[in-house]
Design a protein around this ligand. Structure first.
Ligand code: NI
Ligand code: MN
Length: 229
């Protein structure tokens, strides 16, 4: 079973299986590059990697309309329930995982920060390793620096990795290339770039280097485009 991965601009992704729709870090209504608005988004699970507005902005809105379960660290799920009335949540923490209707999800390390929009403590930022039942293993690094323990995540045998390349707030293209070498995914898809001028990058140029220096297949999408993983 394969899954459809659609870029919703910035670091927002939709992962669709035959039975489930996951949204990762939905930031749509105020994103200059999102192809849809939050009112048009559907999910039964919403994953939030950390508390920054460009990842959490539309999570509560979509969850409250669709009844989706929000999965994040415990500090963030508690904040969403207390401040935004989100009913269905699953709060975890780094290194932990859960068996869910779509497969197994693990909270992976991310080197970043996580303050919530109102200044509340957003716990520790994370990435996600998603092993779809009978399907691909996909790693979303989310907002992070490069770190060598990415090799441990890669050791599971990744079908796809979604990596930030924007620089300034996350890994830039050089470090993301090193991340591909550690993770050894079959496919790699760049994220968190070209939203605003400070994170403008030439993703096609990066993809050429990935092709030349690694065995991974780089997939450069435009917002709204999808790839089968
Ligand atoms: Ni961030
Ligand atoms: Mn970000």
């Amino acid at each position: 079973m394969s899954a459809q991965l659609t870029w919703l601009g910035h670091a927002s992704w939709q992962l669709k299986t035959t039975q489930h729709t996951l949204l990762i870090d939905p930031f749509l209504d105020d994103s200059p590059t999102a192809p849809i608005k939050s009112r048009d988004a559907y999910a039964d699970f919403i994953l939030v990697s950390h508390g920054h507005f460009d990842h959490i902005a539309d999570a509560a809105k979509i969850a409250n309309r669709t009844g989706a379960t929000v999965i994040s660290n415990y500090e963030i799920t508690t904040w969403l329930t207390k401040n935004h009335g989100v009913k269905n949540t699953l709060g975890g923490n780094l290194g932990g995982g859960a068996n869910l209707p779509f497969g197994r999800l693990k909270f992976t390390l991310a080197f970043h920060s996580s303050a919530l929009p109102d200044g509340s403590n957003g716990g520790n930022p994370c990435g996600f390793l998603i092993s779809l039942t009978g399907g691909p293993k996909i790693y979303f690094a989310c907002d992070t620096a490069l770190f060598s323990d990415m090799a441990l995540t890669g050791a599971v045998g990744l079908d796809a990795a979604v990596l930030p390349i924007g620089d300034l707030f996350t890994m830039g293209p050089e470090d993301a290339l090193e991340a591909v070498k550690l993770l050894k995914p079959k496919k790699v898809i760049p994220s968190h770039y070209n939203t605003w001028p400070p994170i403008t990058q030439d993703a096609n140029k990066w993809a050429e280097r990935v092709r030349a220096e690694t065995k991974a297949e780089p997939i450069v999408l435009a917002p709204g485009e999808a790839v089968s993983v």
